[in-house]
Design a protein around this ligand. Sequence first.
Ligand SMILES: [Zn+2]
Length: 137
Amino acid sequence: MASDEGDAFIHLDFRVDEDRRYIATGSLKATVQVVCQRCMEAVPQELSVDLSLAFVYDEDHAKNIPSDYDPVVMTDGDVILADMVEQEIILALPIVAYHEESGCNPTAVKYASSTDDAPDDEKKPNPFSILADLKAK
Ligand SMILES: [Zn+2]
């Protein structure tokens, strides 16, 4: 993530299911700043995640949770909601992000591409020319 800026809105409905599990279903909406892979500037990314959570006391209980739910292990009977939200956001983040085609910071793009001006051939020796040298000997 490019920064910690951004708001997260979370809505959860809590209930206890027939197996006396604590269940929470709802949604999470957040705007986070990720790095544009073209200009390396921050780009806001809106995330919307559906949540189906089952709160458990330890990892053993977590194994018994139906796969419809994401187990959330409570620490000392408490769950740190902020940590959970952060986890869900991280899971929902796109692997790569870009600005809209025209939305990139032009100076940043120019800078980023100017560092890569030299053709690759000039920087590193061509492995095939080394092979050719070997054959010639
Ligand atoms: Zn960009």
